[in-house]
Write a protein that binds this ligand. Sequence first.
Ligand code: GTP
Ligand code: SPV
Ligand code: MN
Length: 615
Amino acid sequence: NTGPISRPLTALREFGSRPAYTGAGMDALVAWVDEIAALTQPARIHWIDGSRAENDALLRDMVAEGKIIKLNPEWRPGSYLARSAPSDVARTEARTFIASAREEDAGPTNNWADPAEMRETLNGVFAGSMRGRTMYVVPFSMGAVGGPLSHIGVQVTDSAYAVASIGIMTRVGDAVTKLIADGAPWVKTVHSVGAPLAEGEQDVAWPCNDEKYIVHYPDTLEVWSYGSGYGGNAILAKKCFALRIASVIGRDEGWMAEHMLLIRVIDPRGKAYHVAAAFPSACGKTNLAMLRPTIPGWRVETLGDDIVWIRPGEDGRLWAINPEAGFFGVAPGTGESTNVTAVETLWGNTIFTNVALRPDGDVWWEGLTDEAPAELTDWEGNPWTPASGRPAAHPNSRFTVAASQCPQIAPDWEDAVPLDAILFGGRRATNVPLVVEATDWTHGVFLGSTISSERTAAAEGTVGELRRDPFAMLPFCGYNMADYFGHWLKIGQQSRFDRLPRIFQVNWFRRGSDGRFLWPGFGDNSRVIDWIIRRIDGEVPAVDSPIGRLPRLQDLNLFGLTMPTEDLEELFSVDPASWQHEADLTEEFYATFDGKVPAALQSELAALRYRLQKA
Ligand code: GTP
Ligand code: SPV
Ligand code: MN
């Protein structure tokens, strides 16, 4: 192909031609693009160059076509609101597949599909799926372009919204195409909303299809996504590539791809520590990533809020990068009192999806302010007042914004940092204390493998229901989860134990018998980080409990916090009977892996039971 098949008369018309790079890598890329175009039959092909002018033109066209709404630049410059189809508001785990050669390599926590059969199915649904639309070719880099831990890929997509989002969430454009032309390996990702347009047919604001397929081929490093325009289903560099496919590459190459935030914590002495934390979707990663400590003298610099790639270094430490370039964060609950850093990050140049629109052309969502505006247009475009009795913003409404806009982003956020601590957490109304320290790496891996959390709106399913989400990776591990546990153990065995990060389990969500959260959370989570860092530095003792090491209450920095002592005690209470029940559930969970759970973790479970019996 020689660039656009036919040029539309739009703001984008001067962009989109194929870059003139030559070489075997370029030939392979062009051949692949041609192959996808022959299958999907787009009206035109647009190669994304990654320029600011091209992005501006793309957004202008989307506004003209009614796909997004330009917000009032007086309040929110360079910002837009997208409203999805009401059926396309979150990741669809039931339609997400790992098509590995062997079923055992996907199961039991993933949906497996036979690769050959799935190819046939997808060839069917993708045939002509881009008719009447533009197919964008989006070269992207996860991690700095050409960086030592970075990986590159290409997404072809017929969604302009996806293109704009990928442009914020990754590094896109010609610099990446050049790497491919020069022979760098790259990952192939194909995306179609599955809504071909007939000649003269009027488009809808959010095209998608009721039939959805989010398919990963770990053996050939490919992703094929059909039918959805939303977040993790459509920004394929994110969950599909940087977690599902990357976890497979990491298994084979000796590194790890994790659903984690990454921060630098600076204590009052000016000493810096790096902390990564895995919490399930909508369980507080963005919030902790942007922490403003309520305790004096402490500072946090943001490095990443969703994905971390971790690689053992020659110095025996684990080195981490945030492969992304932006935040795709949960809007509801983000406000001045909870996450002021996020509010400041969102001053402009942001794409909001499924939040409410104010009459003055700005946005609103539950929790942005204590009081709701008197009148709004809700996420579905309907009139809304506080008396409407339904949320104005969808519970999984989100913002997409460049990481560089975060006022507390680390100046060196694109570089690798050595990890001092790894945290695992989830939403647990009962049992799990505010913080527990693992006794060693193996015990920490055990804690990670047993994480369970109350379901949130980030994926389809019943909100509030407790489910296992080991390492917060249940929806994102691209291979057999029991092998993944083994991979974590192996990373530990290969490293010098005194250089490994210390592992902790945290729970900001424990509730009292009256149902309210016992812990204030948010900025006050710095008090927990303070204890963790003093543990790392060996400055405070801990109390052994059957489930791990707990703080002595007097070692917690509660300066300026008023909180009933009963609540504090309740936050750390460990009830042996309830924990025996937890152990029963863990045994049941482990039993779902057909005997593949590593013996070291089975011994941890037996040891936990023994300690509980003695307690
Ligand atoms: P994904 O982007 O889906 O992976 O989620 P995330 O883990 O980044 O979730 P996020 O930080 O956006 O938090 C989601 C919800 O948890 C928001 O509604 C927050 O208000 C709430 N939340 C975050 N931290 C705390 C906390 O310390 N306490 C309480 N009670 N709620 C919190
Ligand atoms: C999550 O669900 O964990 C997210 C949002 O971070 S998405 O990118 O849609 O997966
Ligand atoms: Mn996530």
